[in-house]
Design a protein around this ligand. Structure first.
Ligand code: DAH
Length: 416
C-alpha cells in the first residue's frame, strides 16, 4: 500500500520487474523556464548551478519545470486544487514556490536520514549534490510554518525519477496542508471544537469511515505531547480530511474512507488515507502529527500541529475519468476546452489511435544498471508518444555471464 508514488514519498517503492511505463511530455500552458545546459553548469532563469557527479536532470525534465498546470483555471489539476482550497477557505495558500530546492529542504529539514534510500540519485532529479527538483511539497512545510500562518496549503509540481505505471509521470502535482494549535489541552480542544461546530468539517459525519488505528509503539505519540492534545489534534486532522473527501466526491453516495497506520520521518503518529471508489481502495494521501523537532526549527516550540500531503493527478483522474496521465499535458484544445473552472465533469475522449510497438534489446554495461535511467532515456528521445515500456526478456549468457534485456516500447499518440 505504501508503494504508490502519487501520494507517498517515504515509502517502500514497488519494484516492478516486468512492466514499467515511461512517459514524456511537451510544453503546455506556460512556456517553462529559460535554461541552458553546458558541460559544467546549468543556468535556469539566470541562476547558475555548477554540475557535479550528482547531476542527473535532463533538458526534457527542465523543460517541464514551472509549467504550472495547477494554476490554469480550466485545467482539471487546478480545479481540484481550487476545490480543496475552497474547502479550507481560511487557510493561507502558497502556489507559486519554485520547485528548485536544496536537499536540506527536501530531506534534512524533514528529518530524513542521510542514508535514507529516498535520497537515491536514481529516484530524484538533482541539479547537483545540494540542489534538486523537489520530490514533494513537504519540502516547504518549514517555510510555511515560518510565515506565521497557523493554517496553510502549498500546491505545486513535484518531480520523481522512478519506474512508472499507467497513472504515473515524472512530473505531477501535490498539495500540502498544515495546521497548528497551542499545546494546551483545554485551548486545543476548544479550538478544535470551534472548527468542527463551524460546520465546514461537519460534513465528515456523512462519510462511512473505517478506522481501526490506535496509538501504539510502532506508531507512537511523541514524548512532548500529552494524550489529550494528541487526541484533539488527531481528531481535527481526521475531520479535516474526511470532510474534504466528502466535498470532492459529492456525487458518490456510498463513499468509504479508510485510515491505516503509516510511517513518515516527519510525523508521528502517521497515517495513510484510502478511498473506496467504484469498489476499489485508492490511496490518496499521507498525513500525521508533525514531529516536534520540525515545529522547533520553525520557532513553534509550544505548538502542536498536523500535516497532510496528497497527489492531485490521482484525484483528478478518478473524478474526471481521465484514463491516461499524459492527457494532463496535452496541448490539444479538445482537452482543455472540455472543462469549466470550479466544476468536475467527465472527460470525453477525443481521439483513439492504434498503438505502434517496437522491441529493443541490448547487452547491459558492466557497471550497475538502473531501470530508471533507461526510462529517462526513452522519455528524452520519444517524449509523450511513449505509452508503455515493458521488459519482455531477461537473458544471461551461460558462458560469458553477460546479461541482455529486451524491452517492448508501445507508442501511441494522444491527439494526432
Ligand atoms: N510528502 C509525503 C509524500 O510525498 C506525503 C506526506 C505524508 C505529507 C505525511 C505530509 C505528511 O505532510 O504529514 O508521500
Amino acid at each position: 500500500m505504501l508503494a504508490t508514488r502519487l501520494t507517498t514519498f517515504i515509502s517502500t517503492r514497488a519494484v516492478q520487474n516486468t512492466t514499467l511505463r515511461c512517459i514524456g511530455t511537451r510544453a503546455s500552458y506556460s512556456t517553462g523556464p529559460d535554461f541552458t545546459v553546458t558541460d559544467s553548469e546549468i543556468k535556469i532563469d539566470g541562476k547558475i548551478y555548477k554540475k557535479d557527479q550528482w547531476t542527473n536532470v535532463s533538458p526534457t525534465t527542465l523543460s517541464r519545470v514551472n509549467r504550472k498546470l495547477h494554476l490554469h483555471p480550466q485545467h482539471p489539476i487546478s480545479i481540484i486544487r481550487q476545490l480543496i482550497e475552497s474547502h479550507f477557505h481560511d487557510f493561507k495558500t502558497f502556489h507559486d514556490i519554485s520547485p528548485i530546492v536544496t536537499t536540506q529542504q527536501n530531506f534534512d529539514d524533514l528529518l530524513i536520514a542521510k542514508d535514507h534510500v529516498t535520497r537515491n540519485r536514481s529516484d530524484n532529479y538533482y541539479l547537483n549534490e545540494s540542489t534538486m527538483l523537489r520530490a514533494h511539497t513537504s519540502a516547504h512545510q518549514l517555510q510555511g510554518m515560518r510565515s506565521g500562518a497557523s493554517k496553510f496549503l502549498i500546491s505545486g509540481d513535484v518531480f520523481r525519477r522512478d519506474e512508472i505505471d499507467a497513472s504515473h509521470y515524472p512530473v505531477f502535482h501535490q498539495m500540502e496542508g498544515v495546521v497548528y494549535f497551542d499545546h494546551d489541552p483545554v485551548k486545543t480542544a476548544e479550538q478544535v471544537n470551534a472548527d468542527i461546530q463551524m460546520g465546514r468539517l461537519k460534513e465528515a459525519e456523512n462519510v462511512k469511515v473505517v478506522d481501526d488505528t490506535i496509538i501504539k509503539p510502532e506508531n507512537p505519540m511523541q514524548d512532548r505531547h500529552t494524550p489529550e492534545t494528541l487526541e484533539a489534534v488527531a481528531s481535527h486532522l481526521k475531520y479535516s480530511i474526511n470532510s474534504m473527501v466528502r466535498k470532492l466526491f459529492a456525487d458518490e453516495p456510498d463513499l468509504e474512507v479508510r485510515w491505516i497506520d503509516a510511517y513518515f520521518p516527519f510525523t508521528s503518529p502517521s497515517w495513510e488515507v484510502e478511498i473506496k471508489y467504484k469498489g476499489e481502495w485508492l490511496e490518496v494521501l499521507g498525513c500525521g502529527v508533525v514531529r516536534q523537532e520540525l515545529m522547533d526549527q520553525a520557532g513553534l516550540h509550544d505548538k502542536i500541529g498536523h500535516a497532510f500531503g496528497l497527489g492531485l493527478e490521482r484525484l483528478a483522474m478518478v473524478l474526471f475519468g481521465i484514463p491516461d496521465i499524459r492527457l494532463f499535458w496535452s496541448q490539444d484544445e479538445r482537452f482543455i476546452q472540455q472543462f469549466t473552472p470550479g466544476q468536475i465533469q467527465k472527460f470525453q475522449p477525443f481521439s483513439k489511435f492504434p498503438p505502434c510497438i517496437k522491441d529493443i534489446s541490448f547487452w547491459l554495461p558492466n557497471k550497475s544498471w538502473e531501470e530508471n535511467d533507461f526510462c529517462e532515456l526513452v522519455r528524452d528521445v520519444a517524449g509523450d508518444l511513449v505509452e508503455n515500456v515493458e521488459l519482455i526478456d531477461d537473458f544471461t549468457h551461460p558462458k560469458s555471464d553477460k546479461r541482455s534485456l529486451c524491452y517492448r516500447i508501445l507508442y501511441r499518440s494522444m491527439d494526432r
